[in-house]
Design a protein around this ligand. Sequence first.
Ligand SMILES: *Cc1c(COP(=O)(O)O)cnc(C)c1O
Length: 470
Amino acid sequence: MRYISTRGGIAPIPFKATVMMGLADDGGLIIPTDIPAVGEDTLERWAHLNYRELAFAVISLFADDIPGKELRGLIDRSYSTFDDKEVTPLRKVGKLWIMELFHGPTLAFKDVALQLLGNLFERLLEERSGIMNILGATSGDTGSAAIYGVKGKERIRIFILHPHNRVSPVQALQMTTVPEENVFNIAVEGTFDDCQAIVKEIFNDLDFKARHHLGSVNSINWARVMAQIVYYIYAALKLWHEEGAKAVHFSVPTGNFGDIFAGYIAKRMLSPLIKRLILATNENNILTRFVVEGRYAKGKVVPTISPSMDIMVASNFERYLYYLYGEDPARVRKAMEEFAAAGEITFSQEELGRVRSDFASASIDQEETLATIRDVYREGDEGYVIDPHTAVGVAAAKRLMPHLPPGETVCLATAHPAKFPAAVRKATGREPKRPAALEGLEGLDPRFVVMPPDVNKVKNYIVEHGLKGP
Ligand SMILES: *Cc1c(COP(=O)(O)O)cnc(C)c1O
């Protein structure tokens, strides 16, 4: 398998090179030259595999420059940290299917990709005797999942910026109480946007980036998308095999369009079994307006009770545009320029028709999110509790299911409710049960430095504490 850029400006490269490149060197996003189609025979075979075996079958199609035995080892190691042997178990709650993606070490779906990415980085750095200083910004979940993906790894140090006093207490403790010495938390006296702007500016200093071997863990990395394709296929095949489902829809709480883009690739691979992707947004609904109105236009970010979806510009959207535009990089480039200049891209009726055959979408406000947590708690078996991100997806599914072709609908549970106890208490009157991973967190010593939103101060900190290359 070879990989190219959505903007057409890089020569085709193999998988390993995409992991190290992160963002394509021409500013575009990396995508495979073709999407493997999966025949009925293969489906039959895959339906009998457990999660890890299926992960190997799917990932080896994309990561074909890693020898099989090694890839198996990487996958086993990455998913041995999950506390459910099914990795992403599917549960029936009332009339809904819920796929629990929060059984990894930091209790959010980002672990599924970042546990693997951490091990991939380690392996590839060993191979080339390299080192890496990872730099990232987080509004909560990415930071801890990335830290847990690379903590203690010899050739890696990780620097994560978060807005000081503006992430949830649980999220802050998860990031800052990790004892491993290769982990550096920087609490920026500012907003998440300040953090992200600093990180972007540093990555744009190509000299600095090369000199200090900077690496990226955000969802523009193709390996993250690839790891997430697996659970869509896993759930679809389970429902096909065990429930006789002829069509499966997925409802995906969406921010950066990373998770749902993985669903789009899975849909292409498993067509026609995976039918429709429900793109669920909170009040930050640029993507819902895209599906419903055919306009992709910047808005203003408002803070919500599902903070990991409070995003204005979805970094992975460009990958979908590439396919919507018939794999034409020149059109993608033009659209992205248009978006940068006018803050908006509009679409033809024909394009919109195709968008709507892939996606249905709804935007769910705070009130409905809380009501949905309460309803599922009351209707579900044994008082099943969902987190506010998952609730946005469940609410969108309930609203849109009557308008979809017949089939089963799977709602992705993207975070464990114990990560967002305040919203859960408000909705159900009770604190969610705390899993072992969060026990005793308050008793640990947080380690972080506080810094003003100043690019040079952050750079100096990386120079001082980062690994030095040969
Ligand atoms: C990151 C995140 C999302 C959004 O996922 P995207 O890939 O950015 O669309 C949804 N829910 C939770 C809990 C998250 O951490």
